[in-house]
Design a protein around this ligand. Sequence first.
Ligand code: HEC
Length: 233
Amino acid sequence: MRAAVFAVMALVGLNTASDALADGDATRGAQYYRACVACHALEPGLHLSGPSLGNVFERKTGTAEGFVRYSPGLKAAGFSWNAAALDGWLKEPAAMIPDTYMVFQGIDDPQARADLNAFLEIAGKPGGGEKAVADGLIPAEYLRAGAPEPISDASPEIRIAAIRHCGDSYFIKTEDGQETPYWEKNIRLKIDSVETGPPEGVAVILGAGMAGDRFSVVFSSLADLESLVEEKC
Ligand code: HEC
């Protein structure tokens, strides 16, 4: 999150244009868009910590289908995302919607905002993400951004057959028959309830982070977590 803010500050620093009325340049705007990728995907319906920006252009505030974490203020705002609204938002989100959950410092340079707007006017329209990729504005990875790789067809070595907790450890048995002990503090239990997650009734263990001894165990629901983890020595 912090990195994204610094990234935008650094990028804005490169731009010395001061003509507020100049037209935006989508190619430059695509560079500024790097600051948004940590929290937003462009694939419609794919929500990260922020809602998908696919089809955001001319969409009503706070209405991305399936995104349930909007601030009350953004949900109630009732305007549509056009160039003028986006310009105000990108300048300082909290000035527009005081209770917003979008933690973003804002972009002071009007030219940089115009450029980002020109990019969003392409990428935020139906089919726009693909168009932006086809036109070479952004890499294809930006469509799904930070969304995890789907794990629906996990191999037996990472599919969990049984998981028990004993003392300060988890003993995790995978479907290839191996049982491995892990220090409990190196295991994160996570739920991925959308299509990137495991199938119902299946938990999957994945390496996490730089250190080789950290893992995530991913369940498809809270009910699966409760039924698959057992306290037993
Ligand atoms: C740290 C994460 C984060 C970053 C970085 C971020 N956003 Fe957001 N964004 C959010 C969250 C969370 C919301 C929902 C805010 C709310 O409900 O108040 C949001 C909401 C939005 C909305 C309103 C969407 C809607 O459906 O009404 C737009 C537009 C938007 N962001 C654009 C951007 C752009 C463009 C950038 C890059 C310059 C950016 N955001 C950077 C997290 C982020």
